[in-house]
Design a protein around this ligand. Structure first.
Ligand code: IFM
Length: 475
């Protein structure tokens, strides 16, 4: 109740602060260049701040059938006609599997302190369970060794949407067992790589799996059933909790947490009805993930909103919330856009969007999100593990520079407000396979020519290198 009140106050405050002339909605298109909100060239970031970049296995690796890798749901899905724009697949992706050392050198050249990648579950366990595939695992050993040799901290994500097809054939995340299969795989990774990897992320964006993979069907495995989707959401969270428990059981040093895509939710006007709708949307978008992971319980209002006969009610067993709420060491935050909710429960979209039309650009939302996390969930260390935009501009991506500058400035203000933010990772290091959009959107700091696979640093990469070297935004 207290949080609900705070949210309402904070959100209404944010909206009224955003109604002045300086915040007038911009026309749709690229973000405007101009002074960074919050001031540029301010104080340096804290010593040891983890400037990084992120990728995920299916989006960059390729080598889909090499060295014993088993198929994942994304291999199956992307090969189905009409699923991915242009019929693109991740079969070759940007060939990172074969160009890993070149990519490591590019990371070093950028000055990255941290690199977040994901492990392809079906590369290390072709059937999802059982004996490890030595060649697949060796790839990650070489990657991690290469990072450490370059003084780059590896941050390993265990699940970035690529469920092994063999497990999907057994029902995948719809089955409660999948949570344990995931934890078993996670434990194998902790034992295999845990003396070198000290930061582990369990799930990447479970909300996206639920919404796109099981509700709209636009992502693998392409299902459209909201009732089932919520069961999947619970099993994903249970898998997170079991994996955290498994990590504790290994007595490995290091930190573990989930990577959640979160959006500050604002009422679109000052009415009580809009505030109430915003609270409900916040429950679905944020608290439904944050509360179980960080507080060990589902939000009462979210639970109450589930129909009496909803399968998710049966799926949540006594004791599950406590497992899910197993102590995390950090929270990985992924921020792309705010949400503004009308009194009728619809969405208002006053901000400029990017090529990814779902993405509204609102850097202050990152400040609001980070400070809200501290206010409502305590002083847990946070790291931004994804923030970025697609740019249609080839290498002169000034729009991305403006975007990153404004978001980094917002992160800096959050630190100044007392948020324990330990790192910032740009999505993404390389242009890559953008899921249902195929290769039609370029999210990378580094351009990849897909006909030659040549890599070329974009203007944003040069700019980011300066930020890292300075440990802060340029004056
Ligand atoms: O490319 C994705 C990534 O895999 C997960 N977060 C959002 C990115 C951009 O859509």
């Amino acid at each position: 109740m207290r949080r609900r009140h705070l949210l309402t106050l904070a959100a209404v405050g944010a909206v009224s602060a955003g109604c002045g002339p300086d915040d007038a909605p911009r026309s749709k298109g690229a973000p405007a260049a101009g002074p960074a909100s919050g001031g540029s060239g301010g104080p340096r970031f804290p010593d040891g701040f983890a400037w990084g970049a992120s990728t995920s296995a299916y989006q960059i690796e390729g080598a889909a059938a090499e060295d014993g890798r088993g198929p994942s749901v994304w291999d199956t899905f992307s090969h189905q006609p009409g699923r991915v724009r242009g019929g693109d697949t991740g079969d070759v992706a940007v060939d990172h599997y074969h160009r890993m050392y070149e990519d490591l050198d590019l990371m070093k050249d950028l000055g990255l302190k941290s690199y977040r990648f994901s492990i392809s579950w079906s590369r290390v366990l072709p059937d999802g369970r059982g004996a490890l595939n030595a060649k697949g695992l060796d790839f990650y050993h070489r990657l991690v060794d290469g990072l450490l040799a370059r003084n780059i901290t590896p941050v390993a994500t265990l699940f970035h949407w690529d469920t092994p097809q063999a497990l999907q054939d057994k029902g995948g995340w719809e089955q409660r067992d999948c949570a344990q299969w995931f934890a078993d795989y996670a434990q194998q990774m902790f034992y295999s790589l845990g003396d070198k990897v000290s930061t582990w992320l369990t799930l990447n964006e479970p909300k996206t799996v639920v919404s796109l993979g099981y509700t709209t069907g636009t992502h693998a495995p392409g299902k459209r059933d909201r009732r089932v989707a919520n069961v999947v959401g619970h099993h994903l969270l249970l898998g997170h909790g079991l994996a955290v428990r498994a990590f504790r059981g290994t007595n490995r040093k290091g930190q573990i947490g989930a990577a959640l895509n979160l959006s500050p939710v604002y009422p679109a006007d000052a009415s009580a009805a809009a505030a109430e709708q915003a609270t409900a949307v916040d429950g679905e978008e944020n608290r439904r993930w944050l509360d179980p992971v960080l507080l060990g319980r589902y939000p009462a209002d979210w639970l109450a909103a589930q129909p009496a006969n909803a399968p998710v009610r049966k799926a949540i067993h006594d004791g599950d919330p406590a497992v899910i709420g197993e102590r995390s060491d950090l929270l990985a935050v992924q921020y792309y856009n705010p949400i503004r909710v009308t009194a009728q429960g619809g969405r208002a979209s006053p901000h400029v969007t990017t090529q990814a039309t779902w993405q509204e650009v609102y850097p202050d939302g990152l400040y609001d999100l980070l400070t809200r996390l501290k206010r409502d969930y305590g002083d847990l260390p946070l790291t931004v593990t994804e923030n970025g935009m697609p740019s249609p501009n080839d290498v002169q991506d000034d729009d991305r520079i403006a975007f990153l500058r404004d978001h980094i400035a917002a992160a800096q203000r959050a630190i100044a407000a007392g948020v324990r933010l330990q790192g910032f990772h740009v999505w993404s290091l390389l242009d890559n396979f953008e899921w249902a959009e195929g290769y039609s959107q370029q999210w990378g700091l580094i351009r990849v020519d897909r006909s030659t696979m040549d890599r070329r640093r974009k203007a944003s990469a040069e700019w980011y290198r300066g930020v890292i070297a300075r440990n802060g935004l340029p004056a």
